[in-house]
Design a protein around this ligand. Structure first.
Ligand code: BDP
Length: 724
């Protein structure tokens, strides 16, 4: 009996697909067979035929995806027909591509959905039951197709469907920090997916799968190259390669963008200057842009990092960021291209708090940018720390479209190995209230254009994608790619709901396991904040690779030094950014400013970001700052331990390969969380001179031990040598 049961269970697992071996390559587009028999029967009945009205490349992509997906989910593909002949048809198309779609009473609803929106409706066509996926343009149909598939994948009901949706942000792009030599700056998932050496002849099958994954979450732009740009990508040789990539991505609604190196007119054009007001320079860029559009007619435009971290820029010629951005804008405008001009600028020669510099430079330029410029602002004013307050530029530039820059690749949050769900992070930033136009002026509403009526809107995510089989360096990092796309589509979306979708599509629909994995995801962000930088600490990571703790580091440049950021001394800890200090807090609108500036109202999550307080200062919990630090570091570890336990419980529902990888990484995460705690606490204890209460684990080693641990400078996989 036992044996029969076991065999039956094994067979079921095989047939059901829920536990098949998997390396993560398929992301959330796995399409395993629906295991619940009743649901399977219902879904099969709803998908007997596929009627595709039209034959454009994007509609073909939708058809192919439906065929692949339904074959996987239901066991066989629906018959492709030109008209509805039985119950259970899925009909896709646009009013232009399909007379059938034109004949349906959906014109009014479609009108409000724009170029990329879609509707999904249960209808009767000549008396037969059908589901219609319709949109104004083919790309909307593709997005609608993925939305319908999401229903199947998450085991939602297909009855009486009446859905419609459209993106709230126009430009939803991934920024690849990929170099032409195949390396990836801050990439932890192997090499670049762009195989420049084999292009243009060699087209990796990955390009199409990348495009499918992006289209499934609504990403419509890809910046192929690093912000620390190499002018070579603008040479004819490379533009031919770029054109081939663009051709593969185009049917999936993805436009290609490039980073423009400001000094390219000198490096490639042989000019003596790159002054943005020099007519020869302007002409050079104009011709270059024309050359690009001749190969890539829907080229998106440029992303520019200028006068930041040693990159050339307009200030080299005593011109402003606006002069620089406008030069590119003028070259691009007749083609419909845009400039994404980055606001990530700081200089150690400017004797002011680094977090103030972007605002100081850009705020006065509000109103002086061309219509096709977006200023791209990082989520926080420093640099993608585990937690920062939102960037004060959001809400401060009513006349300049600001776009969000999130970092998916987790440079400062455990990179490939630590499980950290960024959905929670981004939700926190997007929901923060800037008060720019009164209460409710959230960051989400600033970047979606509601608050200042921006004519253009955009959001960028610094990609975590590489050549690894699982694309992103770990199974759970895939969730961050997914969450970025979903929040880019709707910045008011819920991180929790997005987590649920991802889990159901990526791991299992079984409610208990969905709940367990969701718990892990939703706990993970606060955990990493706790074990790395609690209470508003920031930038105490090791220098260079930013992996692991080094609060003791003091570099030649103060503005890159951990000691500059935490300011620990025997009197206390934290960076005074109130009026008695750098006064960075004054960059926020009232009442945000007052809330942060006042010790009585500042949330303890950003206490040490804004205030320098004595070690004995009482936090809202009643504990001193020192005791609270001890408490938080330990709480972070406890959460990781709990995540490990939870993961162990989902073993039966997850294939062995992915289960083992995640379990292995959680083990590393726990060890490294302890490393973080012990290194940080032994270091800060020199100043606080207060004990770690005996109820807590005590650091295993003296401070000097932690200071000796090194990681490879170019850390892209190998582990740091001795992690206790
Ligand atoms: C920092 C990274 C660096 C990037 C820079 C940027 O450490 O590699 O070049 O940001 O965004 O986070 O330009």
């Amino acid at each position: 009996m036992m044996r029969t049961l076991f065999v039956a269970a094994a067979m079921l697992a095989l047939l059901g697909g829920s536990a098949r071996a998997d390396d993560g390559y398929d992301l959330w587009l796995r399409y395993p067979r629906v295991s619940d028999p009743a649901l399977l029967a219902e879904y099969r009945a709803a998908a007997t035929q596929l009627v595709v009205g039209g034959d454009g490349p994007t509609l073909r992509a939708a058809r192919d995806e439906l065929t692949t997906a339904l074959t996987g989910l239901l066991g066989s593909a629906p018959a492709v027909r030109t008209s509805v002949t039985t119950d259970g048809a899925i009909v896709i198309g646009t009013p232009r591509s399909s007379a059938l779609i034109r004949s349906l009473p959906i014109a009014a609803e479609l009108r409000g959905l724009g170029r990329e929106g879609y509707l999904i409706r249960s209808v009767r066509i000549a008396g037969r039951r059908a589901i219609v996926v319709a949109a104004n343009e083919e790309i909307g149909v593709l997005y609608g197709t993925f939305a319908l598939l999401r229903r199947f994948q998450t085991q939602g009901s297909l009855r009486d469907l009446a859905l419609h949706d459209a993106p709230k942000i126009a430009l939803r792009v991934l920024d690849h920090w990929d170099n032409l030599d195949g390396s990836v700056e801050r990439g932890y998932a192997g090499r670049s997916i762009w195989r420049w050496d084999s292009l243009p002849a060699g087209i990796s099958p990955r390009y199409r799968d990348y495009a499918r994954a992006n289209a499934s979450i609504g990403i419509n732009g890809a910046v192929l190259t690093n912000v620390n740009a190499n002018a070579r990508v603008l040479t004819p040789e490379y533009l031919d390669k770029v054109a081939v990539v663009a051709n593969v991505l185009r049917p999936y609604g993805i436009r290609v963008y490039l980073t423009a190196r400001f000094s390219a007119p000198i490096e490639l054009g042989g000019l003596k200057t790159a002054d943005p007001l020099d007519p020869a320079v302007r002409q050079w860029w104009k011709s270059k842009v024309d050359e690009i559009y001749a190969r890539v007619p829907d080229f998106g435009g440029f992303v520019v990092k200028a006068n930041s971290e040693g990159q050339p820029g307009p200030q080299d010629y005593k011109r402003t960021h606006a002069d620089g951005a406008n030069m590119f804008a003028d070259a691009l405008t007749s083609h419909g291209g845009v400039v994404m001009w980055r606001a990530f600028v700081y200089s150690n020669e400017v004797p002011t708090d680094r977090v103030k510099q972007a605002y100081d430079e850009f705020k006065p330029l509000d109103g002086s940018f061309r219509e096709n410029v977006l200023v791209q602002v990082k989520s926080g004013p420093l640099d993608f720390q585990p937690r920062e307050p939102f960037h004060p530029l959001f809400g401060a530039m009513p006349k300049t479209p600001l776009m969000m820059e999130f970092q998916i690749t987790k440079e400062y949050l455990g990179q490939d190995t630590h499980l950290v769900y960024m959905g929670s992070y981004w939700e926190e930033v997007l929901r923060a209230d800037t008060y720019a136009a009164g209460k409710g002026s959230t960051v989400a509403k600033v970047i979606d254009g509601t608050v200042h009526h921006y004519a253009r809107t955009g959001i960028a995510g610094v990609s975590n994608i590489g050549s690894d089989r699982n694309w992103t360096g770990s199974q759970f990092n895939e969730a961050n790619w997914y969450a970025f796309g979903r929040l880019a589509w709707n910045p008011e979306g819920s991180a929790r709901a997005i987590a649920d979708e991802w889990i159901r599509m990526t791991f299992t629909n079984s409610p208990a396991e969905v709940a367990s994995i969701r718990l892990m995801l939703l706990q993970s962000r606060e955990a990493v904040v706790n074990y790395m930088t609690p209470l508003g600490l920031a930038h105490i990571m090791a220098t260079g690779h930013h992996y692991g703790p080094a609060p003791w580091a003091r570099l030649a440049r103060a503005d890159q030094s951990p000691t500059y950021y935490h300011r620990a001394d025997t009197l206390g800890v934290g960076f005074d950014r109130t009026a008695t200090g750098s006064n960075a807090v004054a960059q926020y609108a009232v009442p945000v400013r007052d809330r942060y500036a006042n010790l009585a109202t500042v949330p303890d999550s950003v206490l040490l970001w804004f205030h320098h307080v004595p070690w004995t200062y009482k936090t809202p919990s009643g504990r001193t700052v020192w005791d609270e630090l001890v408490f938080r570091y330990n709480a972070g570890i406890d959460t990781v331990r709990a995540m490990r336990k939870t993961w162990a419980t989902v073993k039966p529902a997850v294939d062995a390969e992915r289960f083992a990888e995640v379990a292995g990484f959680l083990d590393i995460q726990e060890r490294e969380a302890r490393w973080w705690r012990d290194a940080a606490l032994t270091y800060f204890q020199q100043f606080s001179r207060m004990p770690i209460p005996a109820t807590y684990e005590q650091p295993a080693h003296p401070l000097a031990y932690y200071q000796r641990i090194t990681c490879p400078a170019n850390r892209n996989k190998p582990r740091c040598d001795v992690v206790p």
